[in-house]
Design a protein around this ligand. Structure first.
Ligand code: HEC
Length: 104
């Protein structure tokens, strides 16, 4: 019995440690404030990026679509809430973000 409780606590501890070690938002997402509306694994204002990766898995046009979406914003893919445009973001930063998101 004692053993069971101890191993359960250990397992719970490992789960918590595991999620803390899970992928964090990249610096480029923090810098461009994507983190205000997005998280990797849960919906905030916008969809979770893991869901975005899942939705576009195997879609050859995904990178171009997402690049344009990050630059110009838009709505209607995930719901009525619009994603704002990011006129100042560079093409390089967009590529870094798209690669990161689709690689999740
Ligand atoms: C003000 C909140 C907000 C901010 C800031 C924001 N987003 Fe979004 N994002 C949204 C919403 C809302 C949607 C869903 C839009 C839709 O349904 O078409 C979305 C959708 C997306 C999608 C999926 C697009 C699609 O067509 O499937 C990606 C990728 C994305 N955002 C990336 C980013 C990145 C990268 C940044 C930072 C440069 C960012 N977002 C900043 C709210 C935001």
């Amino acid at each position: 019995m004692k053993f069971t409780i101890v191993s359960m606590i250990t397992a719970a501890g490992l789960l918590v440690a595991g999620s803390a070690l899970a992928t964090d938002m990249p610096a480029v997402a923090k810098k461009n404030n994507c983190v205000a509306c997005h998280a990797i694994d849960k919906k905030v204002v916008g969809p979770s990026w893991a869901d975005v990766a899942k939705k576009y898995k195997g879609d050859a046009g995904a990178a171009a679509h997402l690049d344009e979406k990050i630059s110009k914003g838009g709505k209607g893919v995930w719901g009525p809430m619009p994603m704002p445009p990011n006129p100042k973001i560079t093409a390089e930063e967009r590529k870094e973000l798209v690669d990161f998101i689709l690689g999740l």
